[in-house]
Design a protein around this ligand. Structure first.
Ligand code: AMP
Ligand code: MG
Length: 451
């Protein structure tokens, strides 16, 4: 029934080798789709997007003030201003005017197109509005709104080009505003929309089906009875998958029975790109998940030198359309399932979603507590980062983060069943395989978690 020849029983794969084998099964991102820019937040561009227009599309005013011909301002000073006739008004969104006659100006609003013939804008603060009789029609520099004054006194010379935002000074038409593989954040949504683009091609979200297993596992709200425990992994893994950018399918909670697990797996394989199962992956009498993987597909690896994270299984199946489906069997202990999701599943989901960077950035830290660890395995400790009074992460003289074991103060411990320390952790701290003891002061590699 089970073909386990692909990995010798006594061989532990390193974290990196196991992750490579997972990623090797991913040919590329799942397909792409066209979506409105307004729905593209958090997605990944599938093709380069180019601006359809220059931005700004035409020269416009950077200030509220007066569009002028600078030759008319020669000699203007604070005390001896030059008086010019106001012949029109340029509003944002209005017609493009013309300024040809010497000695005249057009009142202009920020963002309004520059009138043809004008070569600068004098900001309103350098002007005083005047009535037809030449008397002041308002206070200095305050008349950008209200009725159009007949004339204006200009109290300074300005060079040509002053306060003009030139056509194309932000973007030129055809320039790339979104590269393939780039994640779309709020600024990119604004940029793409501002470049005149209504819809773009993005990678489809990978579809991820999540199955909890265990005769003792109960859905929230269901009575626990004498030996039940609430399902933490189903909701937790669905949340992790959603934050990683996936579309989530809930396969519920399977009994520890091969036929129940297989039936739910088949639904996952039919509908999803990735199926994540928690629990039942070990070698106990009720652990049927690996056998179920072998029925719907094949198991590629199952023993990794990671702590927590044992047992872990990875396999593949084929969907009806011939495309591969990744099968992850994660440990039932909630902390272990969370850590193995972080280390193996999240990078796979990011690759499927088309991200270029699939691993979290990490940085060195110094662990201030003592931790336990088995030799030969990479340990991932849940840690809280020390903070200064302002909340900024605290660092030592070499700039390394100062970290504590999460829950150390409450003595909650790092046991793989301890959910409370997971929620309080800021980051995972990786400890090298070679260490069999982790004394205070050990340098660890810290990667921040989503919160
Ligand atoms: P297993 O990997 O199935 O042997 O489970 C290991 C431990 O994790 C057991 O104590 C299970 O009760 C617990 N466990 C399994 N699945 C879940 C779940 N969905 N939510 C919370 N704990 C679980
Ligand atoms: Mg179980």
């Amino acid at each position: 029934m089970t073909d386990l020849t692909s990995q010798a029983d006594d061989m532990l794969l390193s974290v990196e080798a196991a992750r490579q084998r997972v990623l090797a099964e991913i040919a590329g991102p799942v397909g792409s789709e066209e979506v409105p820019v307004t729905a593209a937040l958090g997605r990944v561009g599938a093709a380069a997007v180019r601006a359809t227009t220059d931005l700004p599309p035409w020269d416009n005013s950077a200030m509220d003030g007066y569009a002028v011909q600078v030759a008319d301002l020669a000699g203007a000073t604070e005390l001896v201003p030059i008086v010019l006739r106001v012949v029109g008004e340029a509003a944002a969104g209005g017609q493009i005017g013309t300024l040809t006659q010497a000695g005249t100006v057009i009142r202009i609003a920020t963002g309004a197109p520059m009138p043809a013939g004008a070569d600068a804008v004098v900001q309103v603060e350098l002007t005083t509005p005047l009535g037809a009789d030449g008397a002041s029609a308002g206070p200095r520099g305050r008349q950008a709104g209200g009725g159009l004054p007949a004339a204006v006194a200009i109290h300074a010379e300005v060079p040509a080009g002053t306060s003009i935002r030139r056509r194309g000074s932000d973007l030129t038409a055809r320039s790339v505003v979104l590269a393939a593989g780039e994640e779309i954040g709020p600024a990119t949504v604004g940029l793409v929309a501002g470049a005149g683009i209504g819809s773009i091609s993005v990678h489809r979200r990978p579809r991820v089906a999540v199955l909890a297993t265990g005769d003792e596992v109960r859905a929230a709200g269901t009575p626990l009875g004498p030996s039940g425990i609430p399902d933490a992994n189903g909701p937790g893994l669905r949340a992790l998958a959603a934050v990683a950018g996936a579309e989530v399918i809930d396969l519920g909670i399977a009994r520890d029975q091969l036929d129940d697990v297989v039936a739910r797996l088949r639904r996952g394989v039919a509908e999803a790109d990735v199926v994540i199962v928690s629990g039942g992956v070990s070698v106990g009498p009720y652990d049927v998940v690996r056998a179920a993987f072998e029925i719907v597909g094949t198991v590629n690896l199952w023993r990794v030198a990671i702590q927590p994270g044992k047992p872990f299984a990875f396999g593949t199946a084929r969907r009806g359309d011939g495309l591969p489906v990744l099968l992850f069997g994660l440990p039932g202990n909630p902390v272990s399932s969370f850590v193995t999701f972080e280390i193996f599943v999240r990078p796979a989901l990011r690759r499927l979603a088309g991200h270029r960077a699939i691993l979290r950035p990490s940085e060195p830290g110094v662990l201030l507590d003592r931790a336990a660890k088995s030799a030969g395995r990479r340990a991932y400790l849940r840690v809280e980062v020390e903070r200064s009074a302002s909340g900024a992460p605290a660092r030592d003289a070499e700039g390394r983060l100062l970290v504590h074991l999460a829950g150390a103060r409450e003595n909650a411990g790092q046991g793989s069943h301890v959910l409370s320390t997971l929620a309080s952790a800021d980051a995972l701290a990786a400890v090298p395989e070679a260490l069999d003891d982790v004394p205070p002061g050990t340098v660890v590699e810290v990667s921040w978690l989503d919160h």
